[in-house]
Design a protein around this ligand. Structure first.
Ligand SMILES: O=C(O)[C@@H](O)[C@@H](O)[C@H](O)[C@H](O)CO
Length: 365
């Protein structure tokens, strides 16, 4: 098992890469989508929570990520002594009609195929995604964590109808009537869309040597903004895996989201999926409570025994990357960095107890 750090697009800087390396990470998960586009957020290092109009403006529908920009990011990461393990999340501008089953679906399938081929050419082995209409919506922020540290949570269901012009909690068409609700969609219709997506894209992923890794619903509610969710209980991940037997059909296994689900024992869940060898990479964070009211917490201070989770992953032979995902912000001049350094230090100690080596593989430390 390897230690990694996730960085939003604007945070993929030499300084943050050096920070990751110093904190013991060996791998990076990078985001290409600028979730904060449109300037709605004062604190862009926080996880995006956004407004009823979503996080921000999706990217340029006609401009896919190029091989050159992907290679440039990989080289920057490598220059800092790290490995680029994955890109997390497609740009809603490039694939919204796959989610919405809209008129541009065929073009968007080609967009995703092209993007995956380019990741392969750029030597990036995993593409994380989240198949969801409303996306990561309905989260709140507050001084929820130990010592009143700012963190993310949920304070009740969020079913304000989703509108036209939005997908995956971003604005895909600012000219659309943003008060006009989206036509109703059922859970089964959305499962069918996911099934078609996987069948259309996984053969290309296999050819390109890239794994697709599915994030569960965040937050894991049966509906958000009146739209169905797919993986909001642990057993629903099995349905996703069983849709297509390709080895490229893997999971962006978010232990925090799994712990927020109302069913299942998180340790049994980790073991079930780790044993199937289907984990692309792992998001590890702690949480108090379950949907619809939970609060994220410091990694050593929530409902989950994170060290026990790490031991199960290790014992099941998981040799991929584990990242802290989110962490509460700490009171100091660099709140995000301090929060992440705390989480990474804890995880590095966990790795050391499991393997006898530090996160960088050095047995002497
Ligand atoms: O704010 C974030 O970075 C997260 O909430 C992500 O873990 C998010 O859930 C995933 O990127 C969805 O694919």
């Amino acid at each position: 098992m390897k230690l990694g750090l996730g960085l939003y697009r604007h945070m993929l800087t030499p300084e943050n890469l050096a920070f990751a390396r110093q904190a013991g990470a060996t791998h990076i998960v990078g985001h290409m989508v600028d979730y904060f586009r449109g300037g709605q957020h004062a604190h862009a290092e926080d996880q995006p929570t956004g407004t009823d109009r979503g996080w921000g403006l999706a990217g340029d529908p006609d401009q896919l990520w190029t091989v050159d920009e992907l290679v440039a990011i990989r080289r920057d990461v490598e220059a800092a002594g790290l490995t680029l393990e994955a890109i997390e999340n497609f740009d809603p501008a490039h694939w919204h009609d796959i989610l919405l089953d809209g008129p541009q679906r065929d073009r968007h399938v080609e967009n995703v195929r092209t993007t995956i081929r380019r990741l392969g050419q750029a030597g990036i082995p995993i593409m994380g995604y989240n198949f969801s209409l409303a996306g990561v919506a309905g989260r709140t922020t507050g001084n929820y964590a130990r010592g009143s540290a700012p963190a993310v949570g949920m304070e009740g269901p969020y079913d304000l109808p989703m509108t036209q012009g939005m997908a995956w909690n971003m604005i895909i068409d600012p000219t659309a009537d943003l008060d006009q609700p989206l036509p109703p969609v059922t859970h089964e219709q959305l499962w069918d869309r996911l099934h078609r997506f996987l069948d259309d894209v996984l053969p290309v992923a296999e050819e390109a040597g890239v794994k697709l890794a599915a994030h569960p619903d965040d937050p894991p509610m049966p509906t958000i903004r009146g739209t169905p969710r797919l993986v909001y209980q642990p057993s629903m991940y099995q349905r996703l895996i069983d849709l297509n037997p390709s080895p490229a059909n893997t999971l962006e296994f978010c232990v925090g989201s799994l712990a927020e689900m109302t069913e299942g024992d998180v340790y049994e869940v980790v073991e079930t999926y780790a044993r199937q060898n289907r984990l692309g990479y792992v998001h590890l964070r702690n949480v108090v409570g379950k949907v619809p009211t939970y609060k994220e917490s410091f990694i050593d201070d929530g409902d989950v025994d994170v060290l026990r989770v790490m031991r199960i992953l290790h014992d099941c032979g998981f040799d991929g990357v584990v990242i802290p995902d989110h962490a509460p912000q700490m009171s100091c001049a660099a709140p995000w960095h301090a929060g992440m350094a705390y989480a990474l230090g804890f995880m590095a100690a966990g790795l050391k107890t499991l393997t006898g080596a530090n996160a960088a593989g050095n047995p002497k430390s």
